[in-house]
Ligand binder design. Structure first.
Ligand code: KG4
Ligand code: ZN
Length: 364
């Protein structure tokens, strides 16, 4: 089966082809193309939804063409189904992918599978092989044992979910305010670093001392695991207070321009450590409590080396003996390969007329 994935939830326009068989349930990535309006947003230090949507319109057809053309012997006739991100995301951006997928589904008479972007991030872990590539996937979750705990850390979301099987996901908790990626982005801006803040802070942090500033670890030891919808539960996160703590620290200097390079590096290292500590602690706590057989990480922030290392280190130190999976770095940030893969493992086509974009789509 050949699935064309389409992803346009934010500022990336993605199209990918995956090949998979029901027999061995392994996904081979045939092509994975991306165009991005990131450079336009760098000027404003954050994404302007209207600009992102207009760029999606420009890129969508060329990107889909490139994804298909890359495979010399393949044509659209060979595609068996179309997978498309329907949410969550920016409505203008989402509509471009959804309307394109609906149109192609109608014209080409192909089944269409709606995909939740956040679930897509989890499924980046399930890609097993890349066609014609020197690049080997070392850590595929294709043979993963359930139940598993997944932590999704992206620009707009931070969610902890329990997965009992493909298609059976229980949301345990999420952020009460800023997402982890959002905290990196906003603090990066406070520090005068280029957008997006996550990679910029990671780079600065490599030169800094993580113990220099003792930033808060919000909700880390909240032990109320019963709360639902009311006060924060033990599985919830909160990162806006951390942003305020960094802001206070910076405000001690009258002008941000006089912050020394070393101070910026130390603040970056200290706040990165605070975010990583909370994410790792809560995920491993949930893994133990639910006696899971594997742990999955996904989303743009999963590209952070410190976060990846700390997960591995703490799992080893606690002697948990639970396999840990994280996608290759380039598959952590938004892409269409993860959307096509999620559709393969959760193959539920619906009539094209019923596919609609839902910017508020969630796990529950
Ligand atoms: O998943 P993603 O590509 O888009 C959303 O679905 O939001 O995630 C983007 C987020 C941004 O907030 C970005 O700063 C963050 O992922 N990010 C990182 C790193 N690379 C991207 N955060 C920390 N360290 C990184 N290396
Ligand atoms: Zn994303």
């Amino acid at each position: 089966m050949l699935i064309l994935g389409i992803e346009t939830s934010c500022d990336e326009t993605g199209a990918a082809l995956i090949e998979a068989t029901d027999k061995n349930k392994k996904v081979k990535l045939i092509s994975n193309k991306l165009a991005s309006s990131l450079n336009l947003h760098k000027k404003t230090g954050g994404i302007i939804p209207e600009i992102a949507a207009r760029e999606q319109v420009k890129y969508i057809i060329p990107v889909i063409n490139r994804a298909i053309e890359q495979c010399n012997n393949l044509t659209i006739d060979d595609v068996d189904a179309i997978a498309v991100t329907i949410g969550p995301g920016l409505i203008g951006s989402l509509l471009v992918g959804v309307e394109t997928a609906r149109t192609f589904s109608y014209i080409w008479k192909k089944p269409i599978i709606p995909v939740n972007h956040l679930i897509g991030h989890i499924y980046a872990n399930f890609i097993s092989e890349i066609h014609n590539s020197e690049f080997i996937i070392h850590n595929s979750a294709a043979d993963v044992q359930f139940p598993t705990i997944a932590l999704i850390v992206s620009g707009g979301h931070t969610d902890l979910v329990l997965i009992n099987n493909h298609g059976s996901i229980k949301w345990l908790g999420g952020t009460r305010d800023d997402a982890a990626g959002e905290a990196f982005d906003k603090i990066g801006r406070l520090l005068g670093l280029p957008y997006p803040g996550g990679p910029s802070i990671e780079k600065e942090a490599a030169k800094g001392d993580p113990k220099k500033f003792n930033f808060p670890r919000p909700l880390m030891y909240n032990r109320d695991f019963s709360a639902k919808g009311g006060p924060a539960s033990g599985w919830d996160f909160s990162f806006s207070g951390l942003k305020t703590a960094v802001f206070r620290e910076i405000s001690r200097y009258k002008d941000i321009k006089i912050l020394s390079e070393q101070t910026i590096a130390d603040i970056s290292a200290s706040l990165q450590e605070a975010i990583v500590d909370v994410l790792v602690y809560k995920t491993l706590k949930a893994a133990q409590r639910y006696k899971v057989k594997s742990i999955l990480l996904g989303g743009g922030v999963a590209a952070n080396s410190k976060l990846r290392e700390q997960f591995e280190l703490k799992i080893e130190n606690l002697e948990l003996k639970i396999p840990f999976f994280v996608p290759e770095k380039r598959l952590c940030t938004d892409n269409a390969a993860m959307i096509a893969t999620a559709a393969f493992y959760n193959y539920k086509p619906i009539p094209w007329k019923k596919i609609t974009a839902n910017p508020e789509l969630y796990f529950y």
